[in-house]
Design a protein. Structure first.
Length: 341
């Protein structure tokens, strides 16, 4: 009996000892105290300013999760989207920006949010050899920016990028048309070239499309159409290499006439003489249209008597015309009783 009692006593003592160790262990593993929302916001801003974009996104996300009703929350949503954009994580950025637009439809930063969302699609445009669905999506988003915010500073850049998208789509049509022509599928080639001439008149591919039409019409024995197309090419692009090619072909078939003058002779307007390009819009943008700036003005409801703000950064132009993005100038949240540094 005494032996059994001693065993129970020993077991009880061991249980108390283990419980004490468990309490001590839990005390040591107590999570750190949660930072204040302005501190978390500042941490994210500091991470952005030092190009630690992944950390910045994590800080802004943590702020939203822990302080969903903070005055800094709306700012952090937009800043998180921008941080993802800077990492080229465009789907994640687009998801965050969609959320910001849905939750804050009347925000002063709506124009920027729609613009940055459009760029998330624009930056993913592939070369003309690939599917162009993202090009069409980007165009739609950019057109949305212009329709919603026609007087904003983003409307002009959106229009420039739309023009690049259209040029890109025309380049895709030309690529397919040339392939059909090489395969002697002349009907398919004509359809593609006519599509460029009719629907992409302001792009750099029209002159080549007209010249290719002259070639195909001559192959098909459609001399009247070849002569008429050559006349259109002469009127609009008399100094282009494409007219020289067309003139040479028409001369070989003895189809010259008063509307087919010697190359270099100006017979009408010459709105665009550049050859077509197959570079992506993002590559074209590097010659004059830059990536997105930092969020321009992130005003929030005062928190502790102050507001969180972000100042704009600008894309600077080098003497050669190449865009060199400058480091974003981002102001930290003001601490009560002090000024933002």
């Amino acid at each position: 009996m005494s032996t059994r009692l001693a065993g129970v006593t020993a077991y009880g003592g061991l249980s108390l000892l283990l419980a004490g160790c468990s309490l001590f262990k839990n005390e040591q593993q107590k999570p750190p105290e949660l930072a204040a929302p302005d501190t978390m916001y500042n941490n994210g801003v500091d991470a952005l300013r030092t190009h630690r974009y992944g950390l910045a996104a994590a800080e802004f996300e943590a702020l939203q999760q822990n302080y969903p009703y903070s005055g800094y929350t709306a700012n952090s949503q937009l800043m998180e989207g921008y941080a993802y954009y800077l990492q080229d994580k465009y789907p994640e950025a687009a998801q965050q920006l969609d959320r910001f637009i849905e939750l804050h439809p009347t925000s002063a930063d709506s124009a920027y949010a729609f613009y940055l969302l459009a760029l998330c699609y624009y930056e993913q445009i592939a070369d003309v050899k690939r599917d162009q669905q993202l090009t069409l999506e980007a165009m739609g988003r950019l057109e949305d920016v212009i329709a919603r915010f026609p007087q904003s500073k983003y409307a002009r850049d959106a229009q420039l990028k739309i023009d690049l998208c259209r040029d890109h789509l025309a380049g895709k049509e030309m690529l397919v048309g040339r392939y059909y022509q090489q395969q002697h599928n002349y009907e398919g080639a004509v359809n593609r070239y006519q599509h460029v001439v009719q629907d992409y008149q302001t792009t750099n591919h029209v002159a080549e499309a007209l010249e290719r039409l002259v070639e195909v019409y001559l192959r098909l024995g459609l001399t009247d159409q070849a002569r008429q197309t050559g006349a259109v090419l002469a009127y609009n692009y008399p100094g282009s290499k494409w007219y020289r090619y067309a003139y040479s072909n028409l001369k070989r078939y003895r189809l010259l006439g008063p509307n087919i003058p010697t190359p270099g002779t100006t017979v009408g307007a010459q709105p665009n003489t550049k050859a077509g390009s197959t570079e992506t819009p993002a590559q074209s943008a590097a010659r004059g249209v830059g990536r997105a700036e930092a969020p321009p003005s992130l005003s929030t409801a005062p928190v502790g008597g102050v507001s969180a703000q972000t100042l704009p950064s600008a894309d600077g132009m080098t003497p050669t015309g190449t865009v060199t993005p400058r480091r974003p100038t981002i102001t930290r949240a003001t601490v009560p009783g002090t000024s933002a540094q």
